[in-house]
Design a protein around this ligand. Structure first.
Ligand code: UDP
Ligand code: MG
Length: 270
């Protein structure tokens, strides 16, 4: 159930850079409703498509492609947080530190930024890079209702120091033994590939977290904090996995196929 969505006056650059596809009608509706409240009993719940995947799995790239063809409002949780950092606010300084450490910003902050951005458009929303912890999921669902669709860009990942990875029974010249975590050669290749992509992006992105040390921490956070969210949503049957080990165009055609199979497919742009 959608409890409360308080509309606030647009004050952040974030809302403009992140809600890139707000149509003129949705902008008009948002400004008409500004400073009122929607979402109380009876208000329609906005359609939300979440997009998740490990660091460098191509979430941003796929979302850019999606909003060109479909009438969705793209909200990148990471972009909203970076915009808050750029604003120079006290909150922004706290966020900057957490991002540099490859950790996850407190749920109240991220959900607050999403709530504000969502209040300025009608949707359907394409929310990228969120929820990345169980706390994120709980905080968002408490306000907006249950997550109904998660597109998961899958790239096999392993982080050697991550204790939460499943133990594996392996055999070598000493015979069978249990290794604390499984590392297939394929997943090591994928992790290296994503690291390469991120380091390449770091040359021009200016992002404080696109450096080798933070990238390793982000992988670790993803496996230990974000994968449990995927597991939970998978149990509920709302995760739609797409293998992201291919060219951006190939992955995009898989994404479109997956969206088309969804019982409530988002409409292509007119
Ligand atoms: N982040 C966060 N909560 C979110 C989204 C992002 O704390 O809901 C922080 C986190 O530190 C993450 C960083 O912002 O590592 C960058 O997120 P983004 O999704 O932009 O990066 P990606 O995972 O695509 O590399
Ligand atoms: Mg991103």
């Amino acid at each position: 159930m959608l409890h409360l969505l308080v509309l606030q006056l647009p004050s952040l650059l974030a809302s403009r850079t992140c809600a890139r596809t707000a149509t003129s009608s949705s902008r008009a509706a948002a400004s008409m409703l500004a400073s009122t409240e929607i979402g109380k009993q009876g208000a329609a719940k906005p359609t939300i498509y979440f997009v998740m995947g490990g660091p460098g799995s191509g979430k941003g790239t796929q979302c850019e492609k999606l909003i060109q063809s479909y009438g969705m409002v793209h909200l990148s949780a990471g972009d909203l947080l970076r915009a808050e950092v750029k604003s120079g606010s006290a909150e922004g300084r706290k966020i900057a530190k957490i991002i540099e450490e490859g950790k996850i910003v407190v749920s109240e902050t991220t959900v607050g930024l999403l709530r504000k951005a969502m209040s300025q458009a009608e949707g359907p929303f394409l929310i990228d890079g969120f929820p990345r912890s169980m706390s994120n999921l709980q905080a968002f669902e408490a306000e907006m209702g249950p997550c109904e669709f998660m597109l998961f860009l899958e790239v096999p990942l392993s982080t050697p120091s991550t204790p939460s990875l499943r133990p594996a029974l392996v055999t070598d010249h000493r015979g069978p033994f249990v290794r604390a975590h499984a590392r297939s050669p394929r997943s090591q290749v994928s992790e290296a590939e994503m690291e390469k992509r991120l380091l390449k992006r770091g040359v021009s992105s200016g992002r404080s977290d696109d450096n080798a040390e933070t990238i390793r921490k982000r992988f670790h956070t993803f496996v230990s904090e974000s994968m449990p969210v995927m597991d939970e949503l998978e149990r509920r049957g709302v995760v739609h996995k797409v293998s992201a080990e291919a060219s951006a165009d190939e992955v995009y055609s898989r994404v479109c196929e997956t969206l088309g199979r969804h019982p409530r497919p988002v409409l292509p742009k007119e």
